[in-house]
Design a binder for this molecule. Structure first.
Ligand code: CUA
Length: 334
């Protein structure tokens, strides 16, 4: 596998030329073959062109045109063109065969013990539902997937509004998310790491700001993360320590926040925006756009329209002390 010696780095990778999963490796091999063949064809065409220039008769503006070739049969040229056409056809057939073999290889990923995720595209964020036959074990998160290394992942793709495209180049190719249809994508991460995905279909004003982080980690770590996600929002500290957070929670529920977001374990159950039950555990906010820290969160809550114009989150006017309370509450959502 390519890049086997590279270690997991903190900066997310988004690079189709470095495979960290078997599916991306198959696609990378197809790309290398296509590139190699096209380089050969290009070199041959340029070579033939230079050869023709080199052996063309020297002439100037006064030289009369040489029309003799119109009467003379040119067997050699016919032969050369026939060979070139035959080779070009063989090249195209080779590309077609490589394409078919790659598709078949992609379809052969073993799917036992797969993690099932339903991924829904929204303008401009990703909703992820981790499916389970036992409904009590299902949970919802947003904009960041965690997956276990070495286990297959089956992602069912849907869209809530317009066409989006899932693309996490280090793990797999692209797949469209079309309103009213479902598609699936199967992949496996073979090394731990954080892989950045990007919506790859123009879907409106903030298309470029629609990123998805995929964090591949050892199975035990993944299971621990999933177990935390299944829990409702943690209880707030008793006594004065939790006062600010309690005021923040009351504000969240009374303010417009609860009309769009869910926080399990509270009265907030709306699904317009991302589920915030475990917001504090995420690395980024606004679909991979900003780091998830108090400063960025405060700017985002106050005025998302300046940071991400057109986003469906409204401007929130609140006093600085209210904002501090709200931040204190959001920080508890681990
Ligand atoms: Cu979603 Cu582009």
């Amino acid at each position: 596998m390519a890049a086997a010696t590279e270690t997991c780095s903190a900066a997310p990778l988004q690079d189709a030329l470095h495979a960290y999963g078997i599916q991306a490796w198959h696609i990378g091999r197809l790309w290398n073959f296509t590139l190699g063949l096209c380089v050969l064809v290009f070199s041959a065409v340029v070579g033939a062109f230079l050869f023709a220039l080199w052996r063309a008769p020297r002439s100037d503006a006064q030289t009369p045109p040489d029309l003799s070739s119109l009467e003379r049969p040119e067997r050699r040229i016919h032969r050369t063109v026939a060979w070139a056409a035959g080779l070009a056809t063989l090249g195209l057939l080779a590309l077609l065969a490589a394409d078919v073999f790659t598709s078949r290889a992609l379809g052969r990923l073993p799917l036992q013990d797969a993690v099932n995720i339903e991924l829904i595209g929204h303008q401009w964020w990703w909703e992820a539902r981790y499916l389970d036959p036992d409904a009590n074990r299902q949970f919802t998160t947003a904009n960041e997937l965690h997956i276990p290394v070495g286990r297959p992942v089956i992602v069912t793709l849907r869209s809530d509004d317009v066409i989006h495209t899932l693309w996490v180049p280090n793990l797999h190719g692209k797949r469209d998310m079309i309103p009213g249809r479902t598609a699936t994508m199967q992949f496996r991460a073979d090394q731990p790491g954080i892989y950045r995905g990007q919506c790859a279909e123009f879907c409106g004003l903030e298309h470029a700001m629609m990123a998805l982080l995929v964090e591949a980690e050892p199975n035990a770590q993944y299971e621990a993360w999933a177990a935390r996600q299944r829990q409702p929002a943690p209880a707030l500290d008793a006594g004065p320590a939790g006062d600010a957070a309690r005021r923040g929670r009351a504000l969240f529920l009374a303010h417009s926040c609860a009309r769009c977001h869910t926080i399990n374990g509270t009265g907030a159950t709306a699904a317009m925006g991302p589920d915030l039950t475990h917001l504090a555990g995420r690395k980024t906010i606004a679909a991979g756009m900003l780091p998830n820290d108090a400063g960025h969160l405060a700017s985002w809550i106050r005025d998302p329209q300046t940071l991400k114009p057109g986003v469906y989150m409204p401007v929130n006017r609140m006093r600085p002390d209210e904002l501090q309370d709200l931040l204190a509450y959001l920080e508890t959502l681990k």
